[in-house]
Ligand binder design. Structure first.
Ligand code: FRU
Length: 484
């Protein structure tokens, strides 16, 4: 694995020409995605600024141009009319100010009727590498590129650690004001959320206090990328707690969870109805962001990074890694959160094919009768290896194991995970792209996302017993164009 110097990681992109050849090489990779947003070069991590404005969906990702490494971060911009087909729109935010000299870190967007605004963390470091995170703003200019404000909106608080970032901005109708939630860490290293409020978007921000979440005062060492949304009259709080192991999650110390409950803006208390839940049970899912301006009180739209901090993936030698999940719709029924692919994904279906040999990118629908079941995706021709899936009906648990693949990675974090179900297994919808697999169980009751890098001989769908399966090839919906 290449060792990156600090200088290489924080090199400034002077011109698109600096990475044109790199993109040309990367384009040839057999693992480039065909319908998931992926980095034009280098690394993509958190989704940022996800919103619908003036009939266009805007999405940005944390981007390090040079390779599969976390260094100087930009926001890279993609747009879509339907959340299915995506176009590269070029760099959104450059770390070109003193207040963001070492990166434009994660943040969100909000659309008023006239203007689309962005809120992000300016990651400033001084000559001794001491960090000061600023909350900064920008708006979409007439040329379609964000324009930054000359000064940050506010700096960090000294009653919390330096980990204060990832502003999620939103408007609360009842209070008639805007709020920003910031992911943070207390001085004794507990994860939390800081709340700011203002009547104006670009000025007047004051600190309201640390969000109280009864029962979650000691739950991970930092809460990255917090998000809140009201869906069907319930409040849903999402965040990515770090520096802690959680039951059933092998050795991973990075997670993405949610709480359903009630948010009280007078007391700044989020009262959960029950315990935390995992947003996704897979190996590679993090920093999920809810889109703003979805325009339906019973639905939210979410997208996440297929990848985890501190992990390494087999495309690293090709100088790129990471991609976004498919956007998903979230709904709450009887107090339970359901995540489903967009209905329009059906329009990507191309050909219905024989289920034995898997397409390099396609969709599967498997139906079950609630009894024990087992199968493997990307097995070898003799039925060995692959990503194995087994369902234990007595316990209502699915077990997914990627250790049988030729290309193994992040073995130390764990290669086997479980996905508990609320009801017996009836249905799996599986989206296969060239380096990822997303599984939706029982119409969105649970999901499982993983990177996967099948070799040439790993092509077969193997089942123990008969499984009712339909397989489609899909049409490509992202272009691998060089726009910087
Ligand atoms: C989450 C995160 C954020 C930060 C960004 C930097 O993956 O660590 O907290 O803003 O990535 O790229």
């Amino acid at each position: 694995m290449k060792e990156w110097t600090l200088e290489e990681r924080y090199r400034v992109l002077e011109s698109p020409e600096d990475i044109r050849d790199l993109h040309e090489r990367i384009k040839g990779s057999v693992y480039r995605q065909k319908y998931h947003v992926q980095p034009v070069t280098g690394l993509s991590s958190d989704p940022n600024g996800f919103t619908c404005h003036d009939g266009v969906w805007h999405l940005f990702y944390q981007w390090c141009p040079w390779g599969a490494v976390h260094g100087l971060k930009y926001w890279y911009h993609v747009t879509s009319k339907d959340l299915i087909s995506w176009e590269n729109a070029g760099v959104g935010l450059y770390p070109d100010r003193d207040y963001d000299n070492k990166g434009c870190h994660s943040g969100s967007a909000i659309s008023t009727d006239e203007t689309l605004y962005f809120f992000y963390t300016g990651n400033h470091r001084d000559e001794n590498w001491v960090r000061t995170p600023y909350t900064c703003a920008a708006y979409l200019g007439e040329d379609g590129r964000p324009v930054k404000l000359p000064e940050p909106l506010f700096g960090p608080r000294d009653d919390h650690s330096e980990h204060q970032r990832d502003p999620k901005v939103f408007y609360n109708e009842e209070k008639g004001r805007y709020y920003i939630f910031i992911g943070a860490q207390t001085l004794d290293k507990k994860g939390c959320v800081l709340v700011y409020e203002s009547e104006e978007l670009l000025s007047g921000w004051t600190y309201a206090g640390q969000l109280k979440v009864p029962g979650f005062e000691d739950f991970g060492g930092m809460w990255e990328c917090p998000c809140i949304e009201r869906i069907s009259g319930k409040d849903v709080l999402l965040f990515s707690p770090q520096y802690t192991k959680l039951p059933g999650r092998a050795e991973s110390t990075n997670h993405n969870v949610y709480l359903i409950g009630t948010m009280d803006y007078d007391t700044l208390t989020f009262t959960p109805d029950g315990d935390y839940q995992h947003l996704d049970f897979g190996f590679d899912f993090y920093a999920a962001q809810l889109a703003s301006n979805v325009g339906d009180p019973d639905k939210a739209v979410i997208i996440a990074w297929i990848g985890l901090p501190d992990n390494h993936y087999p495309t690293e030698p090709e100088e790129w890694e990471g991609s976004m999940t498919l956007p998903r719709e979230l709904r709450i029924r009887d107090g339970v959160l359901y995540q489903t692919p967009l209905p329009a994904m059906k329009e990507l279906r191309d050909e219905l094919i024989c289920a034995d040999e898997l397409p390099v990118f396609g969709e599967m629908e498997l139906n079950f009768d609630g009894n024990d079941a087992a199968f493997a995706l990307f097995a070898r021709e003799d039925g060995t290896g692959g990503l194995t899936f087994s369902y234990d009906a007595a316990q209502q648990i699915c077990t997914i194991d990627r250790s049988g693949m030729d290309k193994r990675f992040n073995e130390k974090v764990g290669e086997t995970l479980t996905m508990p179900l609320r009801t017996p297994l009836r249905k799996l919808q599986i989206f296969i792209d060239r380096s990822s697999v997303e599984i939706f169980a029982n119409d969105g009751e649970a999901t499982f996302t993983t990177h996967l890098y099948p070799s040439e001989r790993e092509r077969w769908f193997w089942t123990a017993g008969k499984i009712d399966a339909k397989v489609w090839t899909l049409k490509a919906s992202v272009e691998d164009s060089f726009v910087v």
